[in-house]
Write a protein that binds this ligand. Structure first.
Ligand SMILES: C[S@@+](CC[C@H](N)C(=O)[O-])C[C@H]1O[C@@H](n2cnc3c(N)ncnc32)[C@H](O)[C@@H]1O
Length: 211
């Protein structure tokens, strides 16, 4: 199966987006800022509409595109997000302003590993989309912060399929990232604290219900 063609086909089924969102996405891509893939976004929006969360936490804001998508999808929700790469922070704030969302989105500046322990739940929904090698380390905080029955939606969990590659064929840095991601996937699938499914959409998504 040709995954690139399949992905383009799925993308071609998408409806045109809100022009404000489209513009934020376009500008981000022009500057090589990573944003959620369209087919992953469709799945995220699907879960948000099914879940109707009131409090959403995002780990990995970049310039705020997915936070705007989540805020538009859940018009009553408050969203907390975080970003540690300084140049992206003013851009994210400008995008929240442009989208009329500054009052509903709180952007924490800094490293998720330092921010998460200070946050207080409960959140209904967590979107994890930052350093892949850290997912396993952030899992405990996600569990603490989610309400029972809350959903953890994690992106990039299959590294676009690279996670399947043999240990010896990937460089040392990616070897560590892949090992930690496999640990994350093992934990969410085997722990009695989570009910999880791994979905090969985009770079791979996992969805986990806190038991
Ligand atoms: C894939 S991008 C997020 C894209 C965004 N969710 C979207 O779809 O619009 C990941 C972002 O997480 C940030 N990040 C990576 N590690 C982080 C950490 N430890 N703490 C906070 N942010 C982090 C990166 O700087 C990057 O901007």
């Amino acid at each position: 199966m040709d995954e690139v063609r399949l992905s383009s086909f799925i993308e071609s089924l998408e409806q045109p987006k809100d022009p404000v969102l489209e513009n934020i996405r376009k500008e981000a891509l022009q500057k090589d800022v990573p944003v959620i893939r369209p087919e992953t976004e469709a799945l995220l929006v699907f879960f948000l509409k099914a879940f109707k969360p009131e409090r959403i936490l995002e780990i990995g804001c970049a310039v705020g595109y997915s936070a705007c998508v989540m805020a538009y999808t859940c018009p009553e929700a408050g969203i907390d997000t975080m970003e540690n790469y300084a140049p992206r922070i003013p851009e994210a704030r400008a995008n929240f302003e442009k989208a009329g969302l500054s009052s509903r989105v709180t952007l924490y500046e800094g490293d998720a590993s330092e921010i998460l322990p200070d946050l207080t739940g409960p959140y209904d929904f967590i979107f994890m989309d930052a350093a892949k090698g850290q997912y396993i380390h952030w899992l405990q905080d996600c569990e603490r912060l989610l309400r029972p029955g809350g959903l953890l939606f994690a992106d990039n969990v299959l590294s676009g399929g690279d996670i399947l590659e043999a240990r010896t064929t990937v460089d040392r840095r990616n070897r560590t990232i892949h090992k930690r991601m496999r640990d994350f996937l093992y934990e969410i699938k085997h722990s009695s604290h989570w009910e999880s499914a791994v979905i090969p959409v985009g770079d791979g998504v996992s969805v986990s219900l806190k038991q």
